[in-house]
Design a protein around this ligand. Structure first.
Ligand code: PEP
Length: 252
C-alpha cells in the first residue's frame, strides 16, 4: 500500500496572521481523515506560525524551496538546516514556477533535493512537461529524463523520503487539468523510470502525486487512478472548504 499524500502549495500567498487563522479553521475540518497524509507547504515567514498552529493536528508543514549549500554567501536563500531546526517536515523542490521564473535547472533541483534529504527533510520533487512537449508527443521522454537527472546520486534508502509530484506545466494555475488517463499514464511512466533506476520494490512504494488545477470537482476521479497517489494543490489549497473536499476525496 502506497502512502497517499495531499499537499497544498500556497505559493506567495498568506501572511503569518492569515496562516494561523487558516490552519485553526482547517484542523477540525480534516480531523480524523487519516487515510492520507495532509501537508501544507507555506512561505518561509509563515512556517513557524504554521507549525505552532498545526501542533497536535494531522496537518504537517513544509517549505516551498530550499537552497543546496549548507551556509554561505547566498543572499535571500534558506538552508535545509534552517528549515529542519524549526521543525519543518517537507519541502517542495523543482516547482515549475521556480524552473520558469528563477532559473532552476535539473542540476540545481538535484542539488537541492540532496541537501534537503541530508538534513532529514522529506522532498516533494516536482517535474512535468511544458505544453509544446506534450503537443510534440515527447512527454514520456521528458519526464523520464527529468526523473533521472533530478534523482542522480540519490540512494534507494534516501528515495524513501522522496515524493514525486507529476505536474504538467500547462495545467498549473491555468484551470486546465490533465485527464485522469493522462495523469495515470504519465505517473506510470515516472514509476517505470524509478523501477529502471531503483528496482520494482522502490517503484511500487514511491508516492507519485498529480498536480495541475486539481480541485474539489476533479480530485475524486484523478485520485481513483492506480498510479496517482495524491495531489499537489495550488489554488484550491487556499480555501479550507475546497482543500478539505480534496482530502475527503482521498479518504473515500
Ligand atoms: C501547484 O502550484 O503545484 C499547482 C498544481 O497549482 P494549481 O493547483 O493552482 O494548478
Amino acid at each position: 500500500m502506497r502512502k497517499i499524500v495531499i499537499a497544498g502549495n500556497w505559493k506567495m500567498n498568506m501572511t503569518p496572521a492569515q496562516t494561523k487563522k487558516f490552519i485553526t479553521e482547517l484542523a477540525p475540518m480534516v480531523a480524523g481523515l487519516d487515510k492520507c497524509d495532509i501537508v501544507l507547504c507555506v512561505p518561509f515567514v509563515d512556517i513557524a506560525t504554521a507549525i505552532e498552529a498545526a501542533a497536535g493536528t494531522n496537518i504537517k508543514i513544509g517549505a516551498e524551496n530550499v537552497h543546496f549549500a549548507e551556509s554561505g554567501a547566498y543572499t535571500g536563500e534558506i538552508s535545509a538546516a534552517m528549515l529542519s531546526e524549526i521543525g519543518t517536515e517537507y519541502v517542495i523542490v523543482g516547482h515549475s514556477e521556480r524552473r520558469q521564473y528563477f532559473g532552476e535547472t535539473d542540476t540545481t533541483v538535484n542539488l537541492r533535493t540532496k541537501a534537503a534529504l541530508a538534513a532529514g527533510l522529506k522532498v516533494i520533487l516536482c517535474l512535468g512537461e511544458v505544453k509544446e512537449e506534450r503537443l510534440a508527443g515527447i512527454t514520456d521522454e521528458v519526464v523520464a529524463m527529468q526523473t533521472k537527472l533530478d534523482l542522480a546520486g540519490i540512494s534507494v534508502e534516501e528515495l524513501k523520503n522522496v515524493i514525486i509530484a507529476y505536474e504538467p506545466v500547462w495545467a498549473i494555475g491555468t484551470g486546465l487539468t490533465a485527464t485522469p488517463e493522462q495523469a495515470d499514464e504519465t505517473c506510470g511512466v515516472i514509476r517505470k523510470t524509478i523501477a529502471s533506476l531503483y528496482g520494482d520494490e522502490a517503484a511500487e512504494a514511491i508516492t507519485i502525486q498529480y498536480g495541475g488545477s486539481m480541485n474539489d470537482q476533479n480530485a475524486a476521479e484523478l485520485l481513483s487512478k492506480v498510479n496517482v497517489d495524491g495531489g499537489l494543490i495550488g489554488g484550491a489549497s487556499l480555501k479550507t472548504d475546497k482543500f478539505t473536499a480534496i482530502v475527503k476525496a482521498a479518504n473515500a
